[in-house]
Structures are given as C-alpha cells and as structure tokens.
Design a protein around this ligand. Structure first.
Ligand code: FAD
Length: 487
C-alpha cells in the first residue's frame, strides 16, 4: 500500500478484543502481508464458557485465561497492546486506547472490532453491588469468594434465620450461564465440603434458580429445556419460572410471580445471569456510520459484517447483530476468520468473498456432573453423552498443552472424586470491585466494560473529551502520548 508521501508500507490491521472473535481474526492473518495490532483491555484470552468452573472452585483462572502475548508470540506480524479502547474515529481511521493514564493512538487501514458484551441489569445497575454477573475472571473470583465465604460464615452462626440466609444461593436467569452456575453450586454443596465443616451441613443449602420466562434454557427447545429442568431438580436446585426479580439488596431478593403474588427470598449470595449488553463501542461505531443499534447494544452490521459506508470496519462476535445469530463462541470465531479472509482478499485484489454464512455447530450447556444438553442442527443429545461432548469442546477451547492437562486432572478430581482444588478466596476478590467503585468512580477497572458500560456512559465519555473535535490533530499534539504507526 502506498502512503500519501509515496512510500510503501504494509497494511495496518487493528483488532480490538482478545476474545474468540479478536484472537481468531488475528491468528487468521498470520501469513498475510499486514501488521496486526491487537488491543485488549485484559492481557489474556478468556474461555468464558468455563468461568462457572472457576467460580465454583474446579478450575484455576490461569487454565481458562491464557496470556494473549504468549499465544501470539510466534506470529511475527502481530503486536499485542494492553489498553482499553475508549474512542474510534471512522473518518480519521483511528483508535484511541488507554491504560492507567497511558494513552495511545493507533491508525488503521482495516479495523476488526470484537469487544464482546458485558452484563446487563436491564436498567437496575444498583443490583450489581449485591448480585455480580459472570463475564470476566474478576467476576468469577469474586463469586468464588462469595460462595465459599457464605459456607464459612454459616459455620460461625447459631441463629437459624441467619443460617438459612447464608446457605441460600439465588441465581437469576435460566439461560446456559444461570443453569450451569445453579447446577454447580448445588453439586458443590451436596458433594464437596461435606466433611469439612463441623457445625453446618452444607448439603442443606438451598439453591434457587429464578427465571422471568416460562422455561429453562428456552433457546434449546422444550424437550432439552424440560430435561435440564428435571436434572436440576434431581441435584437439588429449586427452579422458579415466571418469577421476575424486582429488587436485590444485601440480604436477599424480592420476586414477583406471573400469578400476581410476591415473595422475598433471604439470600446472602446472589448471582446475576439474566441479560447481556454489548460493548458501548457499538454505540460509538453506530453513531458515526448510521448503523442501527439493537436493545442489547449490538450493531446492525451489513451481511459482510462491515459498517454502512465503511467496508474497512468489521464488527464480529457478541457486538454484531445479524440474522438473530446467537452470542456464542463459534459465531465470534467464524466472524473473526471471515473478516480476516475479507481483508486478505481485498489485499490480493480478489473479489469479496460473499456474505457471512454462519455454520451452526450446535449449542450446549452443562447442567451438572455427567449431565448436559446439546443441540446440533436437528440432533438432540442429553445426559452423559452430551456432557462428554461439552467437556471435549471446552477442552478444545483451552489454550496450551499444560492447561489442558491440568484441566483434565481437575475435572477428574472434581467430577469423579469430590474435590475442588481451587478454593482460594481473598478479601480483595470479594470486596475489590465495590471498594474501587465506591472510593472513586474513576477507579473502576473498566470505562467501557461490565455493568459500568452503558452505551450512554460511553457516549458521555466520548463527548466530554476534547479529542472529539479534531482527534488526529490533538493526538499528534499530545507530547506524553504515543501515536502508533504514523503515515
Ligand atoms: C459465563 C459464560 C458462558 C458461556 N458459555 C458458552 C458456551 O458454552 N458456548 C458458547 O458457544 N458460548 C458461550 N458463551 C458465549 C461466548 O463466550 C461469547 O459469545 C464469545 O466469547 C464472544 O466472543 P467475542 O470475541 O465477541 O467477545 P469476548 O470473547 O467477550 O471478547 C471480548 C474482548 O474484548 C475486550 N474488550 C472489551 N471491551 C474493550 C475495550 N473497550 N477495549 C479493548 N478491549 C476490550 C475484552 O477484554 C475481550 O478480550 C458464554 C459466555 C459467558 C459469559
């Protein structure tokens, strides 16, 4: 590619996100004659489907979150940057990232945006203080601390009502994440710490799965959803359908049922698994390109995953809205690879590769030990065979030989035996998030992620900064900041 001053330089591809979409896009460009800059706000590639096992003490965080830098160390055209992208300027083809006050500006010829989705509390962000979601390593470790901490506190009390509150776990949302969490907490209570306590019987713990809709795992259909519900009952999960959570506080949750009655469930541990909100960067892209954004903040992309008027901007994975595609790892992986192929074809002067076609490789959710549901096209699997398929797929997603080996060992320990090796919980895990947020909202770890990432907040963030007027000019004037890859 020739620049404005006539010299030749390689095409600059900026990839935002090191999740399934971003990482697989970057890897698919390994042999391309391009420079790839992958920017992500975490230094790892996270296998989100295994987060529930980190939260319930089966796996360590390292096993499900390999360092991105290490994954891409042999890919010489890839450059990994730690930073949170806070702005994208489509006209100037520029991305701004920041980490701990260090701001960088990255110029691109092609941009792949795969910043994923965070938790949505559907307008009730205050619930987040008491009911963490499960989207990140921080979330999983906080939940682990809260879950094991509840058993520890229960051991110390002799008050009946307080004991019941401490041993009640409420999971909100009966999608795959909610089902997996509820099933694992029930198993943990029934099997793992049985002999570890003297004053309490952990097996008496009450695990309630609350769902506003009429079914468990509605996206899996009636048959598999029904079978998952039955299995949850067998492992001791109390499933409440048609139950809408109206309030959450430190002591419990308030619920309203479709038949009109209401109930309060006293519970020390609440887990929110009821809704997602795409990265606010979607709003930033939509605002400049005229693309629509749906209720979940996803950008309505063109059939080739690009933005209207911007064939050089590709949006993939959980951020993209196209043909009702689900928020699943395979959608992100295939989208990332497709965007990389589109870029390679354009560079080679070839015709575009046609519209993005998702090859449905199926959906799966584990329910408990030895039980899962799997849907592949018209085929339906459940029970042990489905559970084995889930483990195999999850093992495939884990990066690195040693992590795969230790994962299998931990599975043997946790599923065949009754041990959970990863029970470490620290005060910082449990209180760090809230302490930072309450100390100073500026100290929240993420400006654009998690429940802090409402699109409105991102827009305000963007609009409040002087860079809005003349980003490139201002970026060039910033002496303490680094401009990546000038022309
Ligand atoms: C608990 C849980 C269980 C799941 N189970 C399954 C399952 O069993 N099967 C399945 O197929 N799918 C499952 N999913 C969904 C699947 O994980 C997602 O669909 C997939 O990860 C989406 O990939 P992505 O690349 O779009 O986003 P992500 O994988 O979420 O990656 C987003 C990346 O962007 C980075 N990022 C975000 N904002 C910024 C920013 N402003 N600046 C820089 N970087 C940023 C993040 O750090 C991250 O690296 C599960 C999800 C969760 C949360």
């Amino acid at each position: 590619m020739s620049t404005r001053n006539g010299s030749e330089r390689r095409t600059q591809v900026v990839v935002i996100g090191s999740g399934f979409g971003g990482l697989f896009a970057a890897r698919a460009l390994r042999r391309a004659d391009v420079d790839v800059t992958l920017i992500a706000k975490t230094g790892h590639h996270l296998v989100q489907p295994l987060l529930h096992q980190v939260a319930t003490g089966i796996l360590s965080e390292g096993e499900v979150a390999a360092p991105t830098r290490e994954i891409l160390r042999r890919q010489e055209n890839a450059h990994v940057i730690l930073g949170e992208v806070t702005d994208i300027d489509l006209d100037s083809r520029m991305v701004v990232s920041t980490v701990l006050g260090r701001t960088r500006v990255h110029l691109y010829d092609e941009l792949i945006v795969a910043a994923g989705a965070g938790q949505s509390y559907v307008g009730n962000d205050r619930f987040a203080d008491f009911a963490p979601g499960l989207k990140s390593i921080d979330d999983a470790l906080e939940l682990r601390g809260r879950i094991f901490g509840a058993f520890e506190q229960a051991e110390l009390t002799s008050d009946r009502a307080e004991l019941d509150r401490l041993l009640t776990f409420v999971v909100v949302g009966a999608g795959p994440t909610g089902v997996e969490m509820a099933g694992q907490i029930a198993e943990l209570a029934r099997r793992t710490p049985r002999r570890d306590f003297r004053s309490i019987d952990p097996a008496t713990a009450r695990v309630v799965l609350v769902e506003a809709g009429p079914a468990v795992l509605p996206s899996f259909g009636e048959e598999l959803g029904g079978s998952a519900r039955q299995r949850l009952g067998e492992v001791g999960v109390e499933v409440q359908l048609g139950a809408t959570v109206t309030d959450v506080d430190a002591d419990g949750v308030d619920i309203e049922y479709t038949d009109g009655h209401a109930q309060r469930i006293p519970a020390a541990t609440k887990i929110w698994a009821a809704g997602v909100q795409a990265s606010p960067l979607g709003g930033v892209l939509a605002g400049q390109s005229g693309a629509e954004v749906d209720r979940a903040g996803r950008v309505a992309v063109l059939p080739d995953l690009t933005l209207p008027g911007h064939p050089e901007v590709h949006v993939v994975g959980d951020m993209a809205a196209l043909d009702d595609l689900p928020g699943e790892a395979q959608v992100a992986i295939q989208g990332g690879r497709y965007a990389a192929t589109a870029i390679k074809r354009r560079l080679a002067g070839k015709a575009p590769c046609g519209f993005f076609r998702y090859v449905d490789k199926g959906s799966m959710a584990t329910v408990s030990r030895f039980s899962a549901v799997v849907r592949i096209g018209r085929l339906r699997f459940e029970g042990l065979i489905a559970w084995t398929m889930c483990l195999a797929v999850h093992l495939y997603y884990i990066v690195g030989f040693s992590s795969r080996v230790t994962t299998v060992l931990h599975w043997l320990l946790g599923f065949v035996g009754s041990g959970r090796a990863q029970r470490v919980a620290t005060q910082q895990q449990v209180y760090g998030r809230l302490a930072l947020a309450h100390l100073d909202p500026q100290l929240v770890p993420s400006l654009t992620g998690g429940h802090h990432g409402a699109p409105q907040e991102a827009r305000e963030l963007r609009e409040s900064r002087p860079m809005r007027c003349s980003p490139l000019l201002e970026a060039r004037q910033m002496t303490s900041q680094t401009v990546d890859r000038g022309e």
